[in-house]
Design a protein around this ligand. Structure first.
Ligand code: GLN
Length: 494
């Protein structure tokens, strides 16, 4: 039997259902792998008992001849942005340290209902703000990948879902949840050589997910294959009356609908994505991607998304504005940390709690957010950014009149060494330049691994689809997966 920790979602689920191994054996193997991988710092807390209990339920169901759920017997990692009942939920911030929710997020509940178990809560950038996993209060996550040639430089797993990308590529979790506000599923997936899909805004309930920018936040799966993402997304998605922006639509059978045959499909190549500063090897892999899709039967067409260059600046107004409003709830009264200096009044307590509890990047976003929303600047910044957002959406609408899906790089560069960009927030923000437009437009978008670059680091390709067309995105991703045959895995050093 192959190593159980090398298996993905589908193989585990089918292996448990077919009696090749027990769910308990799988959970024990992953629990052990998680324990040995402390050097990655991928988890904030581990929950081996949760994984074992779910496994035992799956094994008992099988023994009783009952059908197993969509994720039956599969242990997963849960980004620590999802509220989990009786398990500390921190958003990687000191201000939530010790916060133990009395409720379960809709998405995590759906995964447990589908038979999954939890290996632990995954580290992330604080409040999901960041692209490198260096803003976590609980320390950097390290990528399992290193540059070829024996260099020991610690590399970034991307962010904000960097615990998720690190754990899944290191094979200490077969899959993990992520959230994507402006690239946080796709960019870390690309950095770590795994797949990740952000569905259409509203597909997955935001209820119980710590809010960053509510009009952009979306949950999605991260796993090592397109099939595994399809399975897990089916378990995560669905209408939820507790989220006013949840889509009132049935969840399609994405797994059953998978096909890498793209005959009759048109794939658009947005000319504005050929930007200065994009790595040559990334441009080469984009060319290769076009060839793969042509080979799968698709016609490649040129499209234009003229407002692309305004998307990132607009995102860095809209997202901080919403964050500054969402984060006002951390006041030292309702959740987690309270800093009450001696003799202090209520206002002093708010200030002291926030000063001690929020990290620097979070404070930066709150300052930007309150500034762009302040009287006198509201029209010049926030309203203007909302108009740009509409124009970005309209660009996509017009492009999708000519094509079924769009192919682009996920990121302008491969992973970078931890620490190399921490003093340069603008370059850090630029990492999401290809990811943010689909976020502003609420469109489904996926990153699929394409190749390793000359330094031995993974590069990803991004597919953006029409609203509600996750199937088209997954199928285009599958066509790439079938041709890229990406099976590289990081050499174990942890
Ligand atoms: N890196 C982006 C930011 O810092 C996106 C984060 C995200 O998608 N959560 O805002």
């Amino acid at each position: 039997m192959s190593n159980l920790t090398d298996l993905g979602v589908k193989d585990i689920r089918d292996g448990v259902a077919g009696g090749e191994f027990t769910a308990r054996e799988v959970a024990e193997a992953f629990n052990a792998a998680v324990e040995q991988a402390a050097g990655l710092n991928a988890f904030i807390v581990t929950t081996p008992d949760h994984a074992l209990a779910a496994a035992d339920r799956a094994d008992a169901a099988r023994a009783a001849g009952q059908p197993l759920g969509k994720m039956g017997g599969v242990p997963i990692g849960m980004k620590d942005l999802f509220a989990t009942k009786c398990v500390q939920t921190t958003a990687a911030s000191h201000i939530l340290e010790g916060f133990t929710p009395q409720y379960e997020s809709t998405v995590s509940q759906k995964l447990w209902d589908a038979g999954a178990g939890m290996l632990g809560k995954l580290n992330l950038d604080q409040f999901a703000m960041g692209s490198s996993n260096e803003t976590s209060y609980f320390g950097n996550v390290t990528s399992p990948w290193r540059k070829a040639g024996g260099a020991n430089t610690a590399m970034s797993p991307g962010g904000s879902s960097g615990g998720s990308s690190s754990a899944v590529s290191a094979r200490i979790a077969p899959a993990a949840t992520g959230t994507d506000t402006g690239g946080s599923i796709r960019q870390p997936a690309a950095f770590a050589g795994i797949c990740g899909i952000k569905p259409t805004y509203g597909r997955c309930s935001r209820w119980g997910v710590v809010a960053f920018a509510s009009s952009l936040d979306q949950a999605g799966p991260m796993a090592r294959s397109v099939e595994d993402c399809a399975i897990m997304l089916e378990a995560m998605a669905g209408f939820d009356p507790k989220d006013a922006t949840s889509l009132k639509m049935d969840v399609p059978a994405w797994e059953a609908g998978l096909s890498g045959d793209l005959k009759g499909k048109k794939i658009g190549i947005p000319r504005e994505y050929r930007m200065d500063g994009t790595d040559d090897e990334i441009l080469k892999s984009w060319e290769q991607g076009k060839e793969w899709l042509r080979d799968a039967g698709a016609e490649i067409v040129d499209v234009s998304l003229p407002h692309t260059k305004y998307a990132l600046p607009a995102y860095y107004i809209v997202a901080p504005a919403e964050a500054s409003s969402n984060l006002a709830r951390y006041d030292g009264v309702r959740y987690g940390l309270r800093d009450l200096p001696e003799g202090a009044g209520l206002q002093d307590m708010y200030a002291a709690t926030r000063a001690a509890g929020f990290g620097d990047e979070v404070k930066r976003r709150i300052l930007i957010g309150t500034y762009v929303l302040s009287a006198g600047f509201y029209d010049a910044y926030y309203n203007q950014a909302q108009k740009v957002r509409t124009l970005v959406s309209r660009d996509f609408e017009q492009a999708f009149a000519q094509c079924d899906a769009i192919l682009a790089p996920t990121t302008p560069t491969a992973s970078f060494p931890l620490g190399s960009l921490s003093d340069d927030p603008l370059t850090m923000y630029l990492n999401d330049v290809f990811a943010v437009p689909a976020s502003l437009a609420g469109l489904p978008a996926m990153s699929v691994p394409a190749t390793l670059n000359s330094e031995g680091l993974p590069l990803g390709l991004q597919i953006v689809g029409k609203p509600f067309d996750e199937q088209g995105v997954l199928n285009t991703g599958l066509a790439i997966q079938q041709r890229a045959e990406f099976d590289a895995k990081p050499e174990k050093w942890w």
